[in-house]
Write a protein that binds this ligand. Structure first.
Ligand code: NAD
Length: 373
């Protein structure tokens, strides 16, 4: 396993240098004095060359295996299309590299289990990029729950409504490459943070639907139509007895909100309610019986990880908390501890997401026990 000493920076490789790497992981890494970008990889040679120059990286390759074998790399961030996560993660684990992989970790729970077991058995740090766990109001919501301020949690409610163009989503719109549509792209995050907040989900009843054919690219060229969902939903029962309702769509006209869309996640407890909203992540809505929900600023200790040098007053609040994923990944490596959320968390969310698809096909409730570590 690659081990950095206290003074050596963790040498990170980005595998897949498309949208999410540029938007989340590069700014996160640049903020972290404990880490250095030593390699990049992408299947598209022109993009790879552009990033190599822009980001001033010594090693660039179109071959993930070459990056995984490199002695100049301690850790990889996998941000490629979903069907490629598993082979790249297995190669990285075998080579003893720490791994942060984007969600969904794989195309189904069988793939994800292999990834988790390979990382666990090779003793590397493994992390799933479940971004919204890092939002300040989400961190505060968890604290309020744990401290008992909301009483016994009874209901969880999640809405993720995007107003996206109805043109092609590229690789994302094909089951073979993405596994599923809105369910694996968006709702899976909300399944993860619901489990993080309220504990295991015992069973779910789910439904998905597809409305937009997406048979044209944004510049008007024809392409094969989408075969994945653009609306996903589930109801669930937590082991604790609480109930959950989730809905996600990419077709919510009028919910554009500068591209961030509408996100609302709420807990109703016996003593009070609390709401996280993505577009205002530094404020939480709180209410007790007989009152109306009212905004309350998130206390400063929840705005960023304690030791992170990030200044939470800088940048767009709905963007900058995403940089904290990289902080957590590097912290886990430097502190020689497990990262949170781990591949096991990625597997547990995947088991529920897979159950939604099965429930829809079989028109029935599905039990969703947690995976064994
Ligand atoms: N955590 C989040 O909030 C979040 C947000 C966006 C995307 N994602 C996830 O990140 C991943 C990437 O999404 P994106 O929006 O950056 O996609 P993207 O299409 O913009 O970028 C993917 C890149 O991977 C490259 N690639 C494809 N196959 C490859 C291979 N075998 N080896 C190396 N490179 C390869 C492509 O050329 C492309 O540049 C997906 O799994 C997606 O679900 C997560």
């Amino acid at each position: 396993m690659a081990i950095s000493s206290a003074n050596d920076p963790v040498r990170v490789a980005f595998i897949g240098v498309g949208a999410v790497t540029a938007y989340h992981h590069l700014p996160g890494l640049r903020l972290d004095p404990r880490a250095r970008l030593t390699a990049i990889c992408d299947a598209a040679p022109a993009l790879l060359e552009q990033r190599r120059k822009e980001w001033d990286v010594p090693l660039a390759s179109t071959d993930p295996e070459e990056i995984c074998r490199s002695p100049e790399v301690d850790a990889v961030v996998i941000a490629t299309p979903n069907d490629t996560h598993r082979p790249i993660a297995l190669a990285a684990a075998r080579a003893g590299k720490h791994i942060m992989a984007e969600k969904p970790l794989g195309l189904n729970a069988g793939e994800v289990r292999q990834m988790y077991e390979a990382a666990r058995d090779n003793g590397v740090v493994h992390m799933t990029a479940f971004t919204y766990r890092f939002a300040p109001s989400m961190r505060y919501l968890k604290h309020l729950l744990r401290s008992g301020a909301l009483g016994t949690p009874r209901h969880f409610r999640s809405q993720r409504f995007l107003d996206l163009p109805e043109t092609s989503w590229g690789w994302r719109q094909y089951k073979e490459r993405a596994g599923a549509g809105d369910l694996f792209d968006m709702t899976i995050h909300r399944i993860d943070f619901a489990i993080d907040l309220l504990g295991p989900i015992a069973r779910v009843c789910g439904a998905v639907a597809r409305f937009a054919p997406r048979a044209q690219t944004s510049d008007g060229r024809p392409c094969p139509p989408s075969d994945v969902d653009d609306w996903s939903s589930l109801i669930g029962e937590f082991e604790s007895g609480a109930t959950g309702v989730w809905e996600g769509t990419t077709l919510a006209k009028g919910y554009h909100r500068d591209g961030f869309g509408h996100e609302w996640a709420e807990i109703n407890g016996s003593e009070g309610s609390a709401v996280y909203r993505l577009h205002e992540p530094n404020t939480i809505l709180l209410g007790r019986s007989g009152q109306d929900l009212a905004p309350v600023p998130v206390p400063s200790e929840f705005l960023k990880p304690e030791a992170s040098p990030r200044d939470p007053s800088q940048g767009a609040p709905a963007t900058v908390f995403r940089y904290d994923l990289m902080w957590e990944f590097v912290s886990a490596i430097v502190e020689r501890r497990a990262a949170v959320p781990s591949f096991l968390d990625g597997l547990n969310a995947q088991l529920v997401a897979d159950a939604v698809l099965r429930s829809h096909t079989e028109r029935t409730w599905i039990d969703t026990p947690l995976a064994k570590p």
